[in-house]
Design a protein around this ligand. Structure first.
Ligand code: ATP
Ligand code: MG
Length: 177
């Protein structure tokens, strides 16, 4: 199974975000039910490792996350692949989850953590005109008036990749208090 750990987002956040994404001049908006903030990407994990994974995530003890949002930006380097809303708040929880997973023997990609919610997937290559329209759209958005919001759990998801976009299935939830 392809697994990842993420913060689920309440409708008070996903509803305005999906409207914002659908107003973009290009790209494919992420479906509202798929909006999330990834904390740890596990990749392929066998069924037999699920109890150890659940055990590790159950040891994570942390208060609810106060999530605030910053800017809508194109991410992925020079050839941006997605448009995302950057966020602050889950850094301490991220560290606890990563330590618990590594301690239990799960390998995680060594990437800098940049909390974000992916809103749009961009085409592989942008025409010059599209690039400008996207830049104007992002500049106009500034900091959208969404959040801050308190999140009181995190979720283990299974991801199934499909040509028309991934589908996520929540497998387990862990309370933050
Ligand atoms: P698709 O890959 O079809 O565009 P997706 O990225 O939404 O769809 P997954 O690739 O299964 O679906 O990823 C699930 C979540 O994990 C997403 O939030 C994705 O950004 C994140 N993710 C995927 N690969 C990595 C990775 N190598 N490092 C960190 N996060 C990752
Ligand atoms: Mg992916």
């Amino acid at each position: 199974m392809r697994l990842f750990v993420a913060l689920p987002l309440p409708e008070a956040v996903t509803a305005p975000l999906v409207r914002l994404a659908e107003a973009a001049p290009l790209g494919r908006a992420v479906a509202e039910e798929n909006l999330h903030l990834t904390l740890a990407f596990l990749g392929e994990v066998g069924q037999s490792a699920l109890p150890a994974l659940d055990g590790a995530l159950s040891t994570v003890c942390a208060p609810p996350v106060c999530l605030s949002f910053h800017e809508v930006a194109a991410l992925g380097g020079r050839q941006a692949r997605v448009v995302a809303l950057t966020a602050r708040g889950p850094e301490a929880l991220y560290k606890r989850i990563v330590s618990a997973l590594r301690l239990a023997g799960f390998a995680l990609p060594r990437r800098r953590f940049r909390a974000h919610v992916t809103l749009l997937r961009l085409p592989r290559r942008l025409e010059p005109g599209q690039e400008q329209r996207l830049a104007r759209f992002l500049a106009r958005l500034g900091t959208p008036p969404i959040g801050p919001v308190s999140i009181d759990r995190f979720t283990l998801y299974a991801s199934q990749l499909h040509p028309d976009g991934a589908r996520y299935e929540p497998l387990a939830e862990y309370a933050l208090r």
